[in-house]
Design a protein around this ligand. Structure first.
Ligand code: DX5
Ligand code: ZN
Length: 218
């Protein structure tokens, strides 16, 4: 069964505590926190104080996705604000190996994300350094975009690279995930599914989270 990480980017920001408490009661595994700076991506979401506020109410690990330039400047702040998993973008890190070491030194799980145009093989030299690789299935910056189909192939390639390297990390897919593509992503080898709009815009978010995990086997 995959892990599910609902993205609070699609939550009601005026009722964030209520929505986080709903996720606490749900079968979600992580709470996905999208940080956008208006520079790495053409949109601004929220920052460190909001992350800390979510942490005060969350009973599940915070999966913090930094869509920001120069993430090294803020790793400590986000760790203090409660990040359990810290994801930086390959495209934003000229010294990625050092950045990943820094995340681990801070006591968080290190994760790296790649944009749709970045081939998975770009990560081959750091696969032993990470707990998670995030494959973007939309161009980062906005919720509610449509899923890019070649993500399935990228997941499969990464499953192979992981086996060849003899290392272990989770493969997370983020962007446009819904009930149609989730079974195909699970089949391709995805370990963690992020979903924003599909969860929060549904009539019954808790049931939607459960459904994303796949059919219940009795
Ligand atoms: C996109 C973010 C995603 C986003 C997913 O830049 O990284 O985590 O919240 O939202 P949906 O599921 O609506 O595509
Ligand atoms: Zn994200």
């Amino acid at each position: 069964m995959p892990l599910i990480a609902p993205s609070i980017l699609a939550a009601d920001f005026a009722n964030l505590q209520r929505d986080v408490e709903m996720l606490n009661r749900s079968s979600a595994d992580y709470i996905h926190v999208d940080i956008m700076d208006g520079r790495f991506v053409p949109n601004i979401s929220f920052g460190i104080p909001v992350c800390a506020a979510v942490k005060r109410h969350a009973t599940k690990p915070l999966d913090v996705h930094l869509m920001i330039v120069e993430p090294d400047r803020y790793l400590e702040d986000f760790r203090e604000a409660g990040a359990d998993i810290l994801t930086v973008h390959f495209e934003a890190c000229p010294n990625l190996h050092r950045t990943l070491q820094h995340i681990k030194e801070l006591g968080a799980l290190a994760s790296v994300a790649i944009n749709p145009h970045t081939p998975v093989v770009s990560l081959s030299e750091v696969l032993g350094e990470v707990s998670q690789v995030l494959i973007m299935s939309v161009n980062p910056g906005f919720g509610g975009q449509s899923f890019i189909e070649n993500t399935y192939r990228k997941v499969r390639e990464l499953v192979e690279l992981r086996a060849d390297a003899g290392v272990n990390f989770d493969i997370e897919v983020d962007g446009g995930v819904n009930g149609e593509n989730s079974p195909l992503l699970i089949d391709a080898g995805a370990d963690v599914l992020v979903a924003g709009s599909f969860v929060f815009k549904s009539d019954d978010p808790m049931a939607t989270i459960m459904a994303l995990k796949g059919p219940v086997i009795e």
